[in-house]
Design a protein around this ligand. Structure first.
Ligand code: 4AD
Ligand code: MG
Length: 430
């Protein structure tokens, strides 16, 4: 019977055949332990010399790392391994012999591994990270579909900036200049006026010359946008969504979290409601923590965010930032127009800003004024202004960075390991 590793629990006591690669191997004169992987999982195959044909045992001993094979054997329960099962191998058939696989079980430097990303992806650790990424993607669709959101796909080639003009990727669009999308938000606002509650999920691009553990040049963002929804209601949606994702990963990625040695107790704390502090309160907190030179009106950097997050054991919303350090479309607080109705959600453990969101300006005149202040060319945004002209409503939305969320849940230090082929400041290969 041909099967895959994720299904072996259905075949305890039975003989099965699996198409696999040899991830690693240990052997002595009497026994060989084969670490097998097939993409769906990892299982140990045990070849006992006394129980197999002479030829099978010498085949096993000669197997090279990453050779592809058909392995046949009996599935048995194995209480000692986190996976719970192993295979007592009875036959091996070579599909393709791998020679000198570059990533050996010894330690390699990060640059070397990044140069070999196409092969590094096969490792158990990378496998676990990508499975967690996949679970977050699956749970995202589930959450928004269950809550009556419509998925809308904004364009990637755009004629104008959504999040400021300094970080744009330029490209030629026949006779015009175009940019790769930094955010689908402006289009999602149009979609919200057509469908009420919408979300997008796609790649976004930032030509940011940042070389930090939180920055990618190409990353994936989930951007919900809700009509008839104010800032406070949006925060409730955000904390419900993030809590839902945490629960999904805890429930469906137990083995992967074990592989990554993730502290589960920390993830179990990710349950709504999340604390909220204002930007003003954050400034006071930072001064108490020794950031003496931070002034009201300055944006927070990674060290500030980390220090603020340390005061909480859950993610924390920082709300009401000064208008002048946030995007042009954010709605001023009617009670205090120098701050805007916005929030950044800061993850614990130094993972930084996971979500940026806000209530949007819905007044046409105010939006026009903001254009002038931000020196944005009205023509490119004419369609966006028209959303405020024909039945404008209070509306809010946010963007969650997929890779930062994966890094946080998986407990991975750097976002470069959370996307299959990271695009970094100095890396466009492989
Ligand atoms: O805070 P940002 O820039 O917000 C927006 O783009 C809004 N238009 C979203 C919206 O309201 N619809 O980005 C949102 C999130 C950040 O909180 C962060 O998680 C992630 O996107 N992000 C990045 N992730 C990896 N690398 C980068 N260079 C990132 N820049 C932002
Ligand atoms: Mg932001």
């Amino acid at each position: 019977m041909k099967t895959t590793i994720n299904k072996v629990k259905n075949y305890v006591g039975k003989e099965v055949t699996i198409g696999a690669w040899l991830a690693n191997k240990r052997s002595s004169g009497k026994i060989a332990f084969l670490q097998l992987r097939d993409g769906t999982g990892f299982i140990q195959g045990v070849v006992v010399k006394a129980e197999v044909d002479e030829e099978v045992f010498s085949q096993a001993k000669a197997l090279t790392q990453e050779s592809s094979i058909w392995v046949t054997g009996t599935i048995v329960e194995d209480a000692r391994s986190p996976f719970g099962f192993e295979m007592q191998v009875s036959a091996l058939e070579m599909i393709h012999e791998s020679v000198d696989f570059p990533i050996t079980p010894k330690e390699h430097g990060t640059e070397f591994l990044m140069d070999h990303r196409h092969l590094w992806l096969r490792s158990k650790r990378q496998h676990a990270v990508m499975k967690i990424r996949n679970e977050i993607i699956r749970a995202t669709y589930q959450f928004f579909n269950d809550n009556d959101y419509i998925k809308i796909d904004p364009p990637i080639l755009t004629g104008s900036a959504a999040e400021g003009t300094t970080e744009l990727f330029h490209t030629q669009y026949f006779d015009e200049e175009a940019y790769l999308s930094q955010s689908g938000q402006l289009y999602m606002e149009a979609a919200a006026m057509a469908f009420g509650k919408v979300f997008s999920f796609g790649p976004t691009f930032r030509a940011e010359k940042s070389k930090t553990r939180r920055h990618l040049i190409e990353f994936w963002m989930i951007e919900p946008e809700m009509a008839f929804t104010d800032h406070d209601e949006s925060l409730a949606i955000q904390e419900a969504y993030v809590s839902y994702l945490a629960k999904a990963v805890l429930t469906n990625c137990k083995l992967e979290l074990t592989t990554l040695d993730r502290d589960i107790a920390k993830l179990e704390k990710i349950q709504a409601p999340f604390p909220r502090i204002t930007y003003d309160e954050a400034i006071v907190l930072l001064k108490e923590k020794g950031f003496d030179d931070i002034e009201w009106g300055e944006d927070f950097g990674a060290p500030h965010e980390t220090a603020i997050a340390e005061s909480f054991d859950k993610p924390v919303f920082i709300t009401h930032y000064p208008a002048n350090i946030k995007a042009f479309y954010m709605k001023p607080d009617p009670k205090r127009p120098e701050v805007v109705l916005c929030a950044d959600l800061i993850a614990p453990e130094g993972y930084g800003e996971i979500i940026g969101g806000s209530q949007r300006i819905d007044d046409l005149e105010l939006m026009k004024q903001r254009y002038q202040e931000h020196q944005l060319s009205g023509d490119a945004y004419q369609w966006y202004l028209e959303l405020r002209q024909y039945g404008s409503v209070p509306h809010s939305g946010f963007g969650l960075g997929l890779e930062r969320t994966v890094a946080w849940f998986a407990g991975v230090e750097h976002v470069r390991e959370t996307i299959p082929f990271p695009r970094l400041l100095n890396r466009l290969y492989p």
